[in-house]
Write a protein that binds this ligand. Structure first.
Ligand SMILES: Cc1cc2nc3c(=O)[nH]c(=O)nc-3n(C[C@H](O)[C@H](O)[C@H](O)COP(=O)(O)OP(=O)(O)OC[C@H]3O[C@@H](n4cnc5c(N)ncnc54)[C@H](O)[C@@H]3O)c2cc1C
Length: 328
């Protein structure tokens, strides 16, 4: 490799900002729309087979339909914020349901969008997905291909003998990707709460993994997930679940927050600044829990405070919060 190539490589940021074009839109169930993106710039985005719960940012076009022009460098976020609000579009966080790379490097990025379209409880991402057509474009901020140093993957089971994954429909794509990338001898259980029975999707999970879909059929977010997870852990009926802790119908949007303000407590990082015991001891079991922030907070309280599960064994992640629009 020449000196110039070397210099270019060291200057590159671990994330890349690329334009992607909708190639296919499939309504895979009542609550999910699967969008497949293609485009030359995607060749440099994402790491196939090392995706797990990798988060990406999607920038949806503003009303004009014109996407902002952003340089592919470390200043992309500042540059995006500097664009006048009416031309900036909206940014939201999503998971990679699939990343398919052909022999020639041609790349397909698949994202499963949850449709939440009730008046007063919808947002630009869900609205965009509900109207997406072949040829539509958006911007994707994803790991630069070959770079694993940018973060954004939280799933880290270490040497745990078994795993428990739990989440609502927004976490379903990440859980599915994790299960499809785990070694075939991985063991554990996944609880996935979805709006309806018809939202149970195909996942190619290892044979030693039980996948339990929990349709909540009109009940509040967490109504199925919380009791099922607690019952599985042997905490039958202990510690009543406060209705306030559940997600429920989002209701009118009352605030706007950034993802950094959501509950985020992992073995490596505590959003609240809580001390984490040194050295993750995953020998027994690793827990990965994501979804509506209030629901995840309730599960956290039960697991850590009442069941005494070590913080270093669990990743608790708020993926959205009812009544609150995300800023990115
Ligand atoms: C790491 C990470 C990965 C994620 N992966 C995915 C993914 O793969 N697929 C996916 O669909 N989502 C995913 N999400 C969640 C997604 O970012 C949020 O749901 C986001 O709020 C959607 O943006 P929006 O513009 O549709 O709504 P916003 O403008 O952010 O919110 C508007 C209103 O909609 C409500 N709302 C937001 N999401 C939901 C929902 N799911 N159900 C009911 N009401 C809701 C809000 O409470 C608010 O009242 C992920 C989030 C994170 C942090």
């Amino acid at each position: 490799m020449s000196t110039t190539q070397c210099e270019q490589q060291t200057e590159q940021t671990p994330f890349t900002v690329v334009r992607a074009r909708v190639e296919e839109v499939v309504r895979i169930s009542p609550s999910f729309i699967r969008v497949t993106f293609a485009g030359d710039e995607l060749r440099g985005a994402g790491n196939p087979h090392r995706t797990l719960d990798q988060r990406i940012k999607l920038i949806f076009p503003p009303a004009s339909g014109q996407l902002p022009r952003l340089a592919d460098d470390a200043d992309w976020y500042a540059a995006w914020l500097a664009v006048p609000e009416e031309s900036r579009g909206s940014m939201r966080t999503y998971s990679i349901r699939d990343l398919r790379v052909g022999d020639d490097g041609e790349t397909r990025l698949v994202v499963d969008f949850v449709l939440h379209l009730e008046p007063g409880a919808t947002g630009p991402a869900s609205l965009w997905a509900s109207a997406a057509r072949v040829g539509d474009e958006l911007l994707v901020v994803a790991p630069r291909r070959g770079r694993l140093d940018g973060g954004g993957i939280e799933f880290a089971p270490g040497d745990a003998a078994s795993m428990l994954l739990a989440g609502d429909e927004t976490a379903a794509p990440a859980i599915a990707r994790i299960l499809e990338e785990l070694p075939s001898d991985a063991r554990g259980i996944a609880f996935i709460e979805v709006p309806l029975r018809e939202d149970r999707l195909a996942i190619d999970a290892p044979s030693g993994f039980e996948v339990r879909w929990l349709p909540r059929g009109g009940a509040l977010h967490g109504a199925s997930l919380i009791p099922e997870v607690l019952a599985h852990l042997g905490e039958h009926g202990r510690g009543a679940i406060r209705p306030d802790d559940r997600g429920g119908d989002a209701g009118p949007v009352t605030a706007e927050i950034g993802v950094e303000q959501l509950l985020w407590e992992t073995p490596q990082y505590s959003g609240s600044g809580e001390a984490i015991e040194a050295g993750p001891d995953h020998h027994e079991r690793y827990y990965w829990i994501a979804g509506e922030s209030g629901v995840v907070t309730t599960l956290r309280r039960h697991l850590v405070r009442e069941l005494g599960i070590a913080r270093s064994q669990v990743a608790f992640m708020g993926y959205w919060r009812r009544g609150v629009a995300m800023k990115g």
